[in-house]
Design a protein around this ligand. Structure first.
Ligand code: NAP
Length: 307
């Protein structure tokens, strides 16, 4: 059942993920099903749910997903040996490692084995560097999804004041880099705030677009946003039996022009965006021209966008 936060526009993720998935289904027929390997290295329940949701999504769009599960006391040597096999196997197009990893395993170590061209999470230093240089190859799925969601809803990014709350390497920081790119879908003036920022509200209150990637339930209140702002909430915070975002959506309704709900907002778009990276990975590995029929996918990843 949909909750309506009148008079605010509710920017749902489903139409955006469906849009991406439709393109990927077509690509499965055109270029063949790509294969993703997901490493699940702990007994964490939510990571297992996320990993299995990828298998389901893969079945839906026509991609193959292999799950490699390990107990939390797996040795780094065993993990790295299997990663090395997948890294060199031409039948594997993308590799991702579910987080959090058990204590004692630093994500940077296994990630060093994942070749940049199979890095569907956009975390390889080469891909990170390409993004910083203004020539993105694989954009981390959460920032990519946030961008695609805004483009789908016709949000004016160019010239806007954007405040990103949260500076993590996989979400807030690449997002700030992405939206300030000198390309048609970028050109925002971006401020990145974090836990050491003195007065977060002073920044968010002047923003046309606020994007939260924090992990603090309902931290963004109505008195922290300006009239007519657009709020993209990437936070996922357990509450009771469900989840809530970083934005207090009831409190901002009536003040903001539009906001993504949680659940039902950015989450599904992130998963589809990871698959978008997988298809792009296959095209790059097989020397195919990277092109998409869909206008927004083409603008970001095709001939018209970064490669
Ligand atoms: P993270 O690595 O813990 O980073 C959180 C960021 O928020 C840090 O930069 C931290 O600042 C900042 N922060 C923490 N408390 C703050 C406060 N009170 N005020 C301002 N900034 C504060 O988390 P993450 O991986 O980026 O994930 C952030 C949220 O997004 C989580 O809820 C996660 O579950 C969610 N997420 C959602 C998706 C999706 O698909 N929608 C995907 C990935 C993650 P410091 O750097 O100063 O510590």
């Amino acid at each position: 059942m949909y909750v309506i936060y009148a008079p605010m526009e509710v920017l749902r993720g489903k139409p955006v993920s469906q849009r991406i998935d439709s393109e990927l289904k077509l690509l499965s027929e055109k270029i063949g099903a790509p294969t993703l390997v997901v490493y699940l290295v702990n007994g964490d329940r939510s990571s297992a749910i996320y990993a299995r949701s990828k298998i389901k999504k893969g079945e839906k769009i026509g991609a193959k997903v292999i799950l490699r599960e390990y107990s939390k006391d797996v040795s780094i040597d065993e993990l790295e040996m299997n990663l090395s096999k997948d890294a060199t196997d031409p039948a594997i197009h993308g590799i991702m490692i579910e987080r959090p990893l058990p204590d004692g395993i630093d994500i940077h170590e296994p990630m060093k084995i994942v070749p940049s061209v199979k890095d569907v999470e956009g975390l390889h230093p080469e891909n990170y560097g390409l993004l910083g240089m203004g020539d993105p190859r694989f954009i981390a799925p959460t920032p990519l999804g946030a961008l695609l969601l805004m483009l789908h809803y016709g949000v004016e990014i160019k010239g806007s004041e954007v405040v990103v709350v949260g500076r993590s390497p996989n979400v807030g920081r690449p997002l700030a880099t992405l939206l300030s790119q000198k390309v048609a879908w970028g050109n925002a003036t971006v401020t990145l705030v974090h836990s050491r920022t003195k007065d977060i509200g002073a920044h968010t209150k002047r923003a046309d677009i606020v994007i939260t990637a924090v992990g603090r339930s309902k931290m963004l209140k109505g008195d922290m946003v300006k009239e007519g702002a657009i709020l993209i909430d990437l936070g996922i915070n357990p509450e009771g039996n469900g989840i809530v975002g970083d934005v207090d959506i009831e409190d901002v309704a009536g003040k903001a022009w539009g906001a993504t709900p949680t659940p039902g907002g950015t989450g599904p778009v992130t998963v589809s965006s990871m698959f978008l990276n997988l298809y792009k990975a296959r095209m790059l590995q097989e020397g195919l021209k990277v092109e998409f029929n869909d206008e927004i996918l083409g603008s970001v990843y095709g001939e018209r966008g970064g490669n």
